[in-house]
Design a protein around this ligand. Structure first.
Ligand SMILES: Cc1cc2nc3c(=O)[nH]c(=O)nc-3n(C[C@H](O)[C@H](O)[C@H](O)COP(=O)(O)OP(=O)(O)OC[C@H]3O[C@@H](n4cnc5c(N)ncnc54)[C@H](O)[C@@H]3O)c2cc1C
Length: 462
């Protein structure tokens, strides 16, 4: 089915012709997300609403006309969720909805439109002395709507939780193009069924998020960053476990193996010599708490035999270390290879077993696999490096990723710690969830999207 000219005229009437993008180059630029090389599909056209009203009209018109629609924030999604998978599907880009409507300092909430960039929002909130903790690695680029639709996590997950812990309420467009509201502007709201957590993480399959009310918390007074290198990855894991057993809940505790450490050490201009792995740990709170906890972190790391350990002198030096950590994916530039970033989440005591299984996969599939991740919440990100021109190697990456999923599940882990199911894991949900749960998913989908037009092929297969 192609989209009729009369429907296109309607879109142009509502959005302005300049916001109905039909050209080949424009369609191609919305064809992919950050998931896999080759996972791309140009939409029949892309719509770029500039207001909540226009977004609602676009949803209503598309739904009435039976057009499949994929909403897109910044397209940083790592599960193919922002790729429209059908010939006649459209992409609705939310970046024109970029207003921070309100930051209410005294009541501790903010109201934002879906297309606000998460990094811009975090800075705006910080300027008011408040804190919005969720920090996916894509923070500078991703939108809040995308982060909500993916229930994004990040390094601060253990202490501060994920996006779902900060969404007080949502305004979203239903299949009828009507604006539904969930939650309230108060920390408590027990009115009716709580639809907020249903929409958070729904990956654009149940409706289109237009606005969100987000919880803000006070900024911690102080933070301390510790950077420790180990000659044995087992010692690094043991040190992180010790830190937690001492009752310290770090704001961030990132572990990385030797491969992933290289770009970070380069950016930090620090020696990594014979290092097998490193920990970058941030503790925060009042000054006394941050200092005490940093001392405990140092003790735990030393007890496990660090090669070197450094406590950042001040917040600026700590921030510089975290800035260096943001360079971690430059590993991909190494020898001009491409990479696939995976998400394997297990209970944190099982990280060593997951790590051993990944080392085994490296040998079995003759691949370079770097690993980094959030040690406290058990989220590991294996990075599969490969040469795009080598089809046989790509096939081995596919097999290794399949093995990774099996391994994470066999270790009591989950299919999707942070990156969502999207198109990549939609067919695998039955490996984790029982039939009764899957049946409920399907009936919720049928109720909220009877024509199966909201992001088809993601989470729920028809
Ligand atoms: C380098 C890198 C590092 C990353 N690190 C992390 C990390 O540490 N933790 C983590 O959790 N994720 C991480 N991600 C994944 C990704 O960035 C997040 O999921 C991100 O929040 C998605 O935001 P986006 O605006 O790019 O959404 P998009 O990619 O555009 O969309 C994501 C999904 O949300 C849906 N969607 C978007 N907007 C709306 C809306 N308004 N209404 C309904 N549905 C909508 C889309 O249809 C799609 O299914 C990383 C990605 C990259 C590239």
């Amino acid at each position: 089915m192609s989209i009729s000219e009369s429907v296109i005229c309607e879109f142009e009437r509502v959005l302005g012709a300049e916001n109905v993008l039909r050209g080949e180059a424009e369609r191609q630029s919305y064809a992919y997300d950050a998931a896999l090389p080759g996972l791309s599909h140009p939409p029949a056209l892309a719509l770029r609403p500039e207001s909540v009203g226009q977004l609602g009209e676009a949803v209503r018109l598309a739904y009435e006309a039976g057009i499949p629609m994929t909403v897109r924030g910044a397209g940083t999604c790592l599960c193919g969720g922002a790729v429209c998978g059908t010939e006649d599907g459209i992409v609705i880009v939310t970046t024109g909805l970029d207003r921070i409507v309100e930051i209410n300092e005294r009541n501790g909430y903010a109201v934002v439109e879906a297309g606000v960039r998460a990094g811009d929002f975090a800075k705006a909130v910080e300027q008011k002395g408040l804190f919005f903790p969720p920090d996916p690695g894509s923070l500078p680029a991703c939108t809040l709507g995308g982060a909500i639709a993916e229930n994004s996590g990040g390094a601060r997950g253990l202490k501060y939780g994920t996006v779902k812990n900060y969404v007080l309420g949502l305004d979203f467009f239903t299949c009828a193009g009507e604006l539904a509201r969930t939650g309230a502007r108060t920390p408590k709201c027990a009115t009716g069924y709580d639809l907020t957590p249903l929409m958070v993480g729904s990956e654009g399959t149940l409706g289109v998020i237009a606005r969100a009310t987000l919880k803000l918390i006070p900024r911690p007074e102080a933070s301390k960053t510790v950077w420790a290198m180990f000659s044995d990855i087992a010692d690094m894991c043991a040190a992180s476990a010790d830190i937690l057993s001492m009752g310290v809940v770090p704001a961030r505790m990132e572990g990385m193996d030797a491969l992933m450490l290289r770009p970070v050490a380069e950016a930090a201009q620090s020696e990594n010599g014979q290092c097998a792995g490193a920990l970058l740990v941030e503790v925060d709170g009042c000054l006394e708490q941050a200092e005490k906890e940093a001392a405990k972190v140092v003790r735990c790391c030393k007890r496990k035999g660090t090669l070197s350990i450094q406590v950042a002198e001040n917040a600026k030096d700590g921030a510089a270390l975290w800035q260096a950590h943001a360079a971690i994916l430059r590993v991909a530039g190494d020898k001009g290879r491409a990479f696939v970033l995976e998400d394997a989440t297990v209970p944190r005591t099982r990280i060593p077993e997951l790590g051993a299984a990944i080392r085994d996969m490296e040998k079995t599939y003759a691949l370079d696999i770097g690993v980094f991740g959030h040690m406290g919440d058990g989220t590991m990100h294996p990075v599969f490096l490969f040469d795009r021109r080598d089809a046989a190697q790509w096939e081995r990456v596919r097999q290794a990723r399949e093995r990774l999923i099996e391994t994470a599940l066999s270790l009591d882990g989950t299919l999707c710690g942070e990156f969502g199911a999207g198109v990549l894991k939609a067919a695998l949900l039955e490996r984790e969830m029982p039939p009764a749960t899957l049946a409920l998913y399907k009936s919720i989908k049928k109720t909220m999207d009877p024509k199966h037009l909201f992001n088809p092929g993601k989470i729920i297969l028809e």
